[in-house]
Design a binder for this molecule. Sequence first.
Ligand code: HAM
Length: 425
Amino acid sequence: MDIKAPRGVRDILPDESWRWAYVLDVTAKTMADFGHSEIHLPIFEQTELFSRGVGDTTDIVEKEMYSFTDRGGRGITLRPEATAGMVRSAVEHGLCAQGAASRLWCWGPMFRYERPQKGRYRQFFQIDVETLGLAGAVADIEVIALSAEIFRRLGLKNLEVVLNSVGCPKCRPIYREKLLAHFLTNKDKLCKDCLLRLDRNPLRLLDCKEPGCGAVADAAPAIYDCLCDECAAHFEDVQNGLNTLGFRYKLDKRLVRGLDYYTKTAYEILSGDLGAQNAVCGGGRYDNLSESVGGPHLPGVGFAAGVDRILLVMEEQRCSFGKSLKKEVYVVAQDDTPAVRNAALSLTHKLRMEGIPVEQDAGDALGKKRSAKAQMKSADNAGVAWACIVSQDEAQKIVVVMKNMTTGEQTTVQPEEVARRVKEA
Ligand code: HAM
């Protein structure tokens, strides 16, 4: 076939999808333990939500969004992230009305037109967590602890939490000026992109991966001396809370994140087993995001973890994915008489109604029935615990030979007995 999946997107095939289900199961339980409720958001939103929310000088908005005009002439964008949508939804539905707090989570595909490489795709999946309506550092600590706990339960090792504060609109402009002056005196060492970004957003230069820019960024002043009293106290409270919980983290003055809505806390969790795209999770506080998209004041803090990357790390580290969902029984029709075929069909359905995973022979691509021998071969390949061979005895009665596929032992039973015997085994 000439038609392939578009560049940067992947199919999650059956031998992989059960691992995704495991990660999401563990995640859902952890969310419940931390008091976060699941919410389902639309895959596309009005473009303005992201241009105003995420920031129109960010790479995401400038270069990476899948935007189009719909048939009604509306500007629409496939969500590149979930935070802006979460805030939009909470405001639209009054989830934080009268000062209430909302702890939410969601998961699903996000879309960014990035250069595909290992761990970086154009459609990727995020687990997204947001706590809305709380301004204090406890909410930041809870959110960071929640992300770390999901990874702990999944068995991920070799992770590093990096933490920073990006200040607020009161103190960041002072830092911005200091930073601008530093980069201007080192202008000759900066890459083309950084020179373009210099005036619009000098903080973004701290993030540049080019070695020349990296050296200049390393020597840049840290934000800590510029933080206003409120931001400095918040930063200290977050660190004290993490220390109380015994979390290890590293302060990184160059951590600025690629989205413009952050205020105060910014953090990432990095994996030593991912190569260049090493962030399994990123997040922070965004106290002004709601206002920037036309909503009321609504402080928030959250994170998003990349499911694709979590899976890569888990596979690399040979983490456990629990048990794969294997079929337990394969029903084989001994011959092609209507009585035997119907009995095999009924047995399959009854076992499924009992919650037993069953596969049966359903013919081939040409609609032809397959021989009992061919069906037994399929039972072998399916790796089932039991093959149940349905036939008629001399008295024309339907009987089932249950073959234990591990020991090879065979027992002849009535069809009604099969479910009990499978369950008891
Ligand atoms: P982000 O850092 O852009 O933050 O993305 C969060 C995580 O999504 C990354 O750490 C990474 O694991 C995964 N990710 C991002 N882009 C890709 C990609 N192209 N391919 C595979 N995985 C990717 C946000 O999206 C914020 N909304 C996080 C947040 C929530 N902040 C506060 N609340």
